[in-house]
Design a protein. Sequence first.
Length: 231
Amino acid sequence: MKIMSMAVVLSAIGVLSLGLGTAYAQHDHAEHDHGTDAAVPKCPVMDEPANLALSVQTDDGPVYFCCDGCAPKYQANPGKYASKVAAQRKALAGKAKVQVTCPVTKEPVDKKVFVESNGETVYLCCKRCVGKYQGDPAKYASALANSYTYQTTCPVMGNPINPKVSTTLSTGETIYYCCPMCDKSLRDDPAKYNKNLVAQGILVDWAEVKKAGGKGGDDDHGSHGHDGHDH
């Protein structure tokens, strides 16, 4: 009886160990996949993953590319890439985005100023733009289509971005933050926070940034908050 009992115990331990091993394997796989999209938008020129901080504006909205060399190729013959641009937009259709610029002035929006148009909330930079937009929404349709970013959270704090707080790197990417202090944190230690940008489709070559603009990629303007502006 003791021998049979020991066999049962050993068998149970083996099953438990196998189960734990499978659980850990599944956990590791889940961590690896965390934050990725099921459909990754592709560059219409190279068919590589697109950088959602690198685009050109069109009347129908931005077109995103994997590198700055692809934009001129696209602009030289947009029709050639029409089907791939449509596929890119389909991949992006369900992805969260934030309106950051006013369709009237292209200045950062004020989240307290908005109108409802065709079932959509449209943010503006100031109350003076409300009447202009409502007077002719079609006039601003293209600007509205190009007014969004797919970077929804600050790479440093993880808070929602503030459309009035951003910086443009020397390599062209615009990064948004929740507050001005986060810009220095990112520049001082980009390796620490870069994964938070990658998870949002923002791909930055920090070696090139540093080469082009100094420590951490200083740009011409630095991080700035737009507290007000004149029309």
